[in-house]
Design a protein. Structure first.
Length: 135
């Protein structure tokens, strides 16, 4: 329900408010970061110390993957989602966005990690569920 209502509200704001998709993505990211920053203070003791400690222990290769994931998976994906919601039917756009499990297998293969039968089966189940929208 939350996902569907968020898509409908975003589509309405982008189309009726003549809001550029990049600005819509920026607003969503800023509000999301602020909300997480406020919530994490109540949920975890010394959350930022833990984050800094984990960051110090990461290798440069892991930092590269993390920064790529942040850019592609958060910023670029959200921006392109906003473009799709502005220029397409929200139901079709959201259905296409839901195909992300397929790309996880590709990323695993690129990183040289083992793709198991179980993960392929899970991805096929997710794509099968998505395909039900088109029947």
């Amino acid at each position: 329900m939350c996902q569907a209502s968020g898509v409908v509200i975003s589509h309405f704001a982008l189309v009726q408010g003549d809001l550029p998709p990049l600005l819509g993505a920026l607003i969503r990211l800023v509000i999301g970061v602020l909300a997480v920053t406020v919530i994490i203070r109540f949920v975890e003791k010394k959350p930022f110390a833990t984050i800094l400690s984990l960051g110090r222990d990461m290798s440069s290769n892991n930092w590269s993957w993390l920064l790529a994931a942040i850019f592609v998976g958060t910023f670029l994906a959200l921006w392109l989602q906003q473009v799709a919601l502005k220029h397409a039917n929200p139901a079709i756009a959201q259905t296409l966005i839901a195909t992300s499990p397929l790309f996880i297998l590709i990323i695993y293969a690129i990183r040289g990690e083992r793709v198991t039968k179980r993960s392929v089966l899970g991805t096929l189940c997710a794509l099968g569920g998505i395909s039900l929208f088109f029947l």
